[in-house]
Design a protein around this ligand. Structure first.
Ligand SMILES: CC(=O)N[C@H]1[C@@H](OP(=O)(O)OP(=O)(O)OC[C@H]2O[C@@H](n3ccc(=O)[nH]c3=O)[C@H](O)[C@@H]2O)O[C@H](CO)[C@H](O)[C@@H]1O
Ligand SMILES: [Mn+2]
Length: 290
């Protein structure tokens, strides 16, 4: 039997009236103050889950790993079992970080594509391949994120679910015509102006392994179809992800607390910045050689 534990009663939970907390298809939108982490932790501990955090550090992006991993140790799924999957072409540059018990870094050697657009898009293919190869045997859930980021506050099991996407920090208050979906009808990623629910960030999605397998398969194949036709979606993998979520709606949606960038300031709705973009010099990290 599980250990008895006491928590605040559900009636004492504060409500959020300033933001949308459910999508029209009844997927919860995870904002600070809408959940009780003690209840959730107890439930996930009962199932003894292991969570995979995938990230890519190709070429110069290895420079982001140290902060990324060190802050993840402080804030990501604290108290749970975690596998960090670092996809890289520079395994020798992966820093050695002291990890808490039950957590490990797994390096996955991959080749780095020359164009940064291919690096970001091909993540879908590589994650897809590893789902069948090892993720299905090693973890219950996957969280797939950018590496040029660091954790500033707790990110826990409240994010986990069948399949989830994250509201892009630049568009959570925007309306449909403002979303930067791919609009050209020739592209598989095209979303017509009268469709679309939210604008999701390319740098933060996940779910159970089976669902991530399906999602990454769709995004990768759509990219290949477009490539054959000589077209590349406006925002690369992010455009294909948005198309996927139009038809296969996420079961849980994370607020932009989970993928913030200070470029967008500090709106009142974002009470906690949990995972935030690190300033980077685009020309420096994307184009220059070592
Ligand atoms: C926070 C967020 O939603 N970011 C998305 C946004 O761009 P970003 O401008 O944040 O893209 P980015 O430069 O961070 O590239 C995405 C990721 O690809 C990896 N990488 C990229 C280049 C490279 O040389 N080496 C390398 O490892 C790395 O993990 C990086 O974090 O739009 C991109 C598509 O245009 C992706 O959808 C990103 O996920
Ligand atoms: Mn990024």
């Amino acid at each position: 039997m599980p250990q008895k534990f006491s928590t605040k009663s559900v009636q004492s939970l504060s409500r959020r009236n300033d933001v949308l907390t459910y999508s029209p298809w009844l997927a919860p939108i995870v904002w600070n103050g809408t959940y009780n982490i003690d209840i959730l932790n107890a439930q996930f501990h009962l199932r003894d889950v292991r969570i995979g955090l995938t990230t890519f550090a190709i070429k110069k992006y290895v420079m982001f790993l140290k902060d990324f991993l060190e802050t993840a140790e402080k804030f990501f799924m604290v108290g749970h079992k975690v596998n960090y999957y670092v996809f890289t072409d520079r395994p020798n540059d992966v820093p050695n970080i002291t990890l808490s018990e039950g957590r490990r870094v797994e390096i996955i050697n991959v080749t780095g594509y020359q164009r940064w657009q291919d690096v970001t898009m091909r993540r879908m293919e590589m994650i897809h391949n590893q789902c069948a190869e090892r993720f299905i045997k090693e973890v219950d859930y996957l969280v797939c994120v950018d590496v040029d980021m660091k954790f500033l506050a707790n990110v826990g099991v409240e994010i986990l679910g069948n399949v989830f996407g994250t509201l892009h920090p630049g568009f959570f208050g925007a309306s449909r015509p403002q979303f930067t979906y791919e609009r050209r009808p020739e592209s598989v990623a095209c979303i017509p102006v009268d469709e679309g629910d939210f604008y999701y960030a390319g740098g933060y999605f996940g779910g159970n392994v089976e669902e991530v397998y399906k999602l990454t398969n769709f995004c990768h194949n759509s990219m290949l179809k477009d490539k054959e036709m000589g077209i590349e979606a406006l925002w690369h993998d992010e455009s294909y992800l948005n198309k996927y979520f139009l038809y296969y709606k996420p079961k849980k949606i994370l607020s932009p607390e989970y993928v913030w960038n200070d470029y967008y300031g500090s709106p009142a709705a974002v009470q906690v910045k949990r995972f935030i973009g690190v300033d980077k010099n685009y020309a420096e990290v994307r184009f220059k050689r070592r």
